[in-house]
Design a binder for this molecule. Structure first.
Ligand SMILES: NC(=O)c1ccc[n+]([C@@H]2O[C@H](COP(=O)([O-])OP(=O)(O)OC[C@H]3O[C@@H](n4cnc5c(N)ncnc54)[C@H](OP(=O)(O)O)[C@@H]3O)[C@@H](O)[C@H]2O)c1
Length: 240
């Protein structure tokens, strides 16, 4: 594992699944972690499990800009400027088709999965540019590379949008040592998978990407120096 001692990292969606594993692995590598999600109890449980660097619980609904700014203020007050932002918070709905998805559900998916990543990125980019270093990891999805009815119209669209956000972040940030990585996982063994219309068996879930696989990759990315930019990762299970 890389050494992240002294780094300040914010992980959104840190109460469960990929985000929980990313937070625990980054703390183990020595980073100070700010944990963002809506469920305070779950964040506190993750913080209690984390060993190594310090952890700070910052409960927030990322579809609300004011709550994003409050979480960032709390994180900066505790640990200083942000070195690494992991835009990981995301959701999906059981309804996947245009026919079944309401306009309200569409807007909510874009708010949580995409607009929150823009607001967080906009907030940390100036301090990263000023310091000549910074990493933003955008946890998108292979659904952004291969949009489908199975993944859903709203979810797929939100993940395609993250590709554009990632590209422009690199265009703006690279001259200042700020990098963005679009990280596209395939099916992963986390609670979000239970919102698929067809449920998976436990055996099928064990063949999927596991949260620790995502976490190890984020630790690796965060341990690279500012001269290196890995702008795209696509990760998929070998068996299905
Ligand atoms: N698992 C997969 O197959 C897979 C594949 C590709 C990409 N992804 C992406 O990976 C990311 C993490 O998902 P996961 O698989 O780990 O699923 P998960 O276990 O359901 O985790 C989702 C996380 O997002 C948080 N979240 C949801 N809505 C939020 C809101 N309005 N405000 C703040 N936080 C919110 C949840 O916390 P609270 O409920 O406590 O708010 C939770 O911590 C998502 O962006 C997802 O799209 C997952």
């Amino acid at each position: 594992m890389g050494d992240l001692s002294g780094k300040t990292i914010i992980v959104t969606g840190a109460s469960s699944g990929f985000g929980e594993a990313i937070a625990i692995a980054c703390a183990e590598a020595g980073a100070n972690l700010s944990l963002v999600a809506r469920t305070k109890d779950a964040l506190e449980a993750v913080a209690a499990e984390a060993r190594g660097g310090k952890t700070l619980v910052c409960p927030a609904d990322v579809s609300d800009d004011a709550q994003i700014y409050a979480a960032l203020e709390k994180a900066r007050a505790a640990f200083g400027p942000v070195d690494v932002l992991v835009n990981n918070a995301g959701t999906n709905i059981t309804e996947r088709s245009i026919t079944d998805t309401t306009a309200e559900q569409w807007r909510q998916l874009l708010e949580v999965n995409l607009s929150s990543a823009f607001v967080f990125t906009k907030a940390v980019l100036p301090e990263m540019k000023a310091r000549g270093d910074g990493l933003i990891v955008n946890i998108a999805s292979r659904a952004g590379m291969f949009p489908s009815l199975l993944a859903g119209v709203g979810y797929s669209t939100s993940k395609i949008g993250m590709e554009a956000l990632n590209t422009v972040t690199n265009e703006e940030g690279n001259p200042f040592g700020v990098r963005a990585c679009l990280f596209n996982p395939g099916a992963g063994n986390t609670p979000i998978i239970d919102r698929r219309p067809v449920k998976f068996s436990q055996e099928a879930k064990m063949k999927m990407i596991q949260p620790e696989d995502i976490a190890a990759t984020v630790v690796f990315l965060a341990s690279l120096p500012p001269r290196v930019n890995i702008d795209l990762i696509s990760m998929m299970p070998t068996k299905s």
